[in-house]
Design a protein around this ligand. Structure first.
Ligand code: MG
Length: 336
């Protein structure tokens, strides 16, 4: 298949700065792609890199787009190098979109139906703000229907965070699920303390909710320690930063990881290769956002719906971090 190719960079400001152990994030930048095939069907795609998380940089993605001709083929799209995982995702998902196999897109771009609120049947995990602010803001998310929450740890001193954690587990309604995301920010001793605290509370019957997992406690280079911790404590561990791209995910699997894998479709790489890997190995996955627009989100949710096996909530409950979504994206697409 041949496609007319157009692209346009975008910038989008977070309503409130996103704080993780990697620092503060204020502006999301990415690229919207438009592929029009020979039958004039339009497929939208999005490249939303996070270079500090292991993908290419925005500049590398832009360079790749700029050197492409105006007409591109499947051969070009399916041979994008692995060093450009966000590009692999953006282009391949634009092809899938245009093919109409998701049940959308086949009417071209006249019906901007990607701009309607998504209606995924999977439960969502809502991202709480870091620190004490979580204690006041879970309720809004609860009213919106969230029953799984994620809270960032490794942002402040551990003693202080453990105190807030104690309050949080007694503030959140019973039977909610809580994920603790360290973003690789703990030391080995701190990771043990968090895991021990969760195990201990549970063993003493003092845990009114479920700690679903601790996410990426240690830096990427400390895989063996995380593997060891995952075997020593009952509280589960999920890898995230360690498995940013499909190549890294496959390596961790081969090295024995049988815990949870966080998959960020927007930067993991080729959707077709991801499907193949997940079908082959039946891994336990949590699908998660890269703070993309509705365009990449639709493609990511499509993958989550196909590949989630365990009814784990998906990490796309992040809209409240942006000021507004739909109008700017719609006008950008109309101009493209
Ligand atoms: Mg994470």
């Amino acid at each position: 298949m041949r496609y007319q190719f157009k692209f346009r960079p975008y910038q989008r400001r977070f309503g409130r700065s996103l704080t993780t152990n990697h620092g503060n994030w204020d502006i999301r930048e990415g690229i919207i792609l438009r592929l029009t095939d020979e039958t004039l069907r339009v497929g939208w795609g999005e490249i939303a890199p996070i270079s500090w998380f292991g993908s290419e940089t925005l500049e590398q993605a832009l360079d790749f787009c700029r050197q492409l001709p105006e007409e591109i083929t499947d051969e070009i799209i399916f041979s994008i190098p692995h060093e450009l995982p966000a590009c692999q995702f953006g282009f391949e998902s634009a092809c899938e979109w245009g093919s109409g196999k998701w049940g959308i897109g086949s009417k071209g771009d006249e019906e901007n139906n990607f701009l309607t609120p998504n209606s995924s049947l999977l439960p969502y995990s809502g991202l709480l703000p870091a620190g004490e602010a979580a204690l006041n803001q879970w309720e809004t998310l609860w009213q919106q229907g969230y029953r799984t929450f994620k809270w960032k740890i490794g942002v402040d001193a551990i003693a202080h965070e453990l105190e807030i954690f104690e309050s949080l587990i007694h503030t959140l309604p019973a039977f909610t699920k809580l994920r603790l995301d360290a973003n690789a920010g703990l030391t080995y001793e701190e990771a043990k303390l968090w895991l021990w605290s969760c195990d201990n509370l549970k063993a003493n019957g003092e845990l009114p909710l479920e700690i679903e997992f601790i996410e990426q406690p240690l830096p990427v280079g400390q895989f063996q320690q995380m593997l060891e911790l995952s075997m020593s404590y009952e509280t589960a561990i999920a890898l995230d930063e360690s498995v940013a791209t499909l190549g890294e995910l496959a390596t961790c699997y081969q090295q024995g990881w049988r815990g949870i894998f966080v998959v960020k479709p927007g930067i993991v790489g080729s959707p077709s290769r991801l499907r193949k890997f997940c079908h082959q190995h039946q891994i336990d996955t949590v699908f998660s956002s890269v703070f993309e627009t509705a365009i990449a989100r639709l493609a990511a949710l499509q993958l989550a719906a196909e590949l989630s096996r365990n009814n784990r909530a998906i990490g796309f409950g992040i809209d409240h971090f942006f000021e507004q979504e739909e109008t700017w994206l719609q006008s950008l697409c109309n101009d493209l």
